[in-house]
Design a protein around this ligand. Structure first.
Ligand code: HEM
Length: 368
């Protein structure tokens, strides 16, 4: 299979391509993600206040049919230019939508900057020094304000940009329900407590997703978003040097991949060095992510545990169902695409503000 013929040299070249603008100085932080203390432990919040994500909540694909019929075309044309400048933008925009939806719903709360009334989610452990793509959202918003003033919400722009990024990266297209409005609040604490950490066990991942009304099928399909983009060394270093507190690497890591990762991610320093989440085809939306997991080449613990279960490498934990799904999507790309699209719609339906709730921001970074 061509996918696995990529040599480690190829991996390094691809990492260099991706890292041109992002590689930065090391600042050693041990094996701490530098994402704050809420990370890496079991979830502490209850389920209260979270509506299930399955319903439509009044969103519908034709929402801007009369008020801004060209909305999607504008989004796509800005994306085309931005992705041509820097392919990684597609991945960054997909992740923005995810980090928006998991914190008080898909309401563009993630886009708000600090102000007298707002504690920005951009400062949270999972987001700080990590989330990107904000300038592209600003550019889309500016063009949409010119074409259809005060009409298209920032929350819908995030959803449109995520779908457009996937389509432009070779992934599936789907009917995207629209009509979200923008929050007048943000939740820094919600951002710290609702986005799963990369060293999560399978049961923690399932718990975090269930809190949002998403099940194990959604977890596996949406994790397939890691078929594009990169992660910093600090997010997978623990696997290389001290996975279980005994100074040993994660035994589920394939050996040659492990040695390659060590060259990118030294024991001390290099925390901001980056590695592709899917080194076989880092800018292409395909099912290579799942194939790599089958070979022990998932980058994050949270990727590999979808196959191995709760991290002991013996194939147990409650991985039966997720393991089957990883195999199924590795085998059948079109099935992965179909489920990914369905799960994206489901994620995009997490607690949107509709009707007269919230507002349509003029500038995605601040309240009107
Ligand atoms: C299942 C739980 C998940 C965990 C633990 C997780 C964790 C991470 C981490 C640690 C990174 C690298 C961040 C950095 O280095 O600063 C990352 C990147 C990324 N994640 Fe996830 N993620 C999860 C689910 C998702 C989902 C559901 C999506 C979208 C559907 C997604 C899309 C992405 C993308 C596209 C990137 C690359 C971003 C870029 O290159 O800028 N992730 N994720």
């Amino acid at each position: 299979m061509a996918v696995f013929k990529v040599s480690f040299l190829g991996l390094v070249v691809m990492m260099a391509l991706f890292s041109a603008s992002t590689l930065s100085l090391a600042h050693p932080a041990g094996f701490n993600f530098g994402w704050g203390s809420g990370w890496g432990s079991e979830p502490s919040r209850g389920h209260s206040g979270y509506a299930p994500a399955g319903g439509s909540f009044g969103l519908f694909p034709q929402f801007y049919q009369f008020s801004c019929p060209q909305a999607n075309d504008i989004v796509i044309s800005v994306l085309q230019q931005a992705i041509a400048r820097e392919p990684r933008v597609a991945a960054s925009l997909l992740r923005l939508h995810f980090h928006d939806c998991f914190v008080q719903g898909c309401d563009a709360s993630v886009l708000l900057d600090d102000s007298t009334t707002i504690a920005s989610e951009k400062r949270s452990g999972p987001n700080r020094n990590s989330l990107r793509g904000f300038e592209v959202i600003d550019e889309i918003k500016a063009k949409l304000e010119e074409a259809c003033p005060q009409t298209v919400s920032c929350a819908d722009i995030l959803a449109l940009a995520a779908r457009g990024s996937i389509v432009l990266s070779g992934g599936p297209n789907w009917d995207l329900p629209l009509g979200r409005r923008d929050s007048r609040t943000a939740s820094l604490s919600g951002s710290n407590s609702n986005i799963p950490a990369p060293n999560s066990t399978l049961s923690t991942l399932l718990t975090f997703f269930k809190r949002q009304g998403l099940d194990e099928v959604d977890l596996v399909a949406l994790s397939g978003g890691h078929t594009i983009g990169v992660a910093r060394c600090v997010t997978f270093k623990q696997r290389l040097y001290n996975q279980k507190g005994n100074n040993q690497p994660d035994e589920t890591l394939e050996r040659s991949y492990y040695f390659g990762l060590k060259s990118v991610c030294p024991r001390s320093g290099g925390d901001n060095n980056i590695s592709p989440l899917d080194f076989a085809s880092p800018a292409k939306f395909d099912n290579a992510y799942f194939k790599l997991i089958l070979f022990g080449k998932g980058l994050l613990t949270s990727d590999q545990v979808l196959l191995t279960g709760n991290g002991n490498g013996n194939g147990n934990g409650n991985a039966g169902k997720t393991m089957e799904l990883v195999k199924t999507y590795a085998d059948d790309e079109s099935l992965f695409f179909q489920q990914f699209a369905k799960s994206m719609v489901k994620m995009g339906n997490i607690r949107p503000l509709t009707g007269s709730k919230g507002e349509v921001r003029n500038n995605c970074r601040r309240l009107n």
